[in-house]
Write a protein that binds this ligand. Sequence first.
Ligand code: DX5
Ligand code: ZN
Length: 218
Amino acid sequence: GMAVQINPSILSADFARLAEEATAAEGADWLHVDVMDNHFVPNLTLGVPVVESLARATDTPLDCHLMIEDVDRWAPQYVEAGAGSVTFHVEAAAAPVRLAREIRAKGARASMALKPATPIEPYEDLLSELDMLLIMTVEPGFGGQAFLDIMLPKIRRTRELISKHGLELWLQVDGGVSASTIERCAEAGADVFVAGSAVYGADDPAAAVRALRTQAAG
Ligand code: DX5
Ligand code: ZN
């Protein structure tokens, strides 16, 4: 089957101990970093200086999920801060193609996210510009929300579009991914799984990462 990646979200970690929390989720493929500005979403987390420090403090590459306005201006700064992958929301981007190209040109993987109500079909031609597409399976803004089953057909259609065009981009899901929902996501065609509360809410985050990987692999 497809290679499976598990990306713990530090939104559910202890923000005073980010480097240790990164180490605690041993075996993670990427560390998912949720950047929120209290405008695009009704919550506020962290910004460029924290990403810069975290990139220096861990060997795990950073997968930065930008839930912010003015993302055309900010995303390149997260590449410079050391992110290996930068995800912008299409709802917030003024020029998504130009932005994806800029992220790639600066040396990171370019990724685009869709909120639950945003369809994939209008963006079919954009997929070739991306290294990853993120389908939100909760409303962005908070960890610990219930997985939206109604997103499964969108994941399936997106996987079909990726195959139809023979593209290599990764398909990420984020929100409510846990032992009880990850198999459905994998079956629908996702191959990169963000998990916040399912990893950092567990007594042993590294064991939770291993268990999720096994479940996703089917
Ligand atoms: C929500 C964030 C997610 C969040 C997921 O807006 O984008 O990355 O941390 O948390 P869980 O896995 O607990 O739903
Ligand atoms: Zn996220």
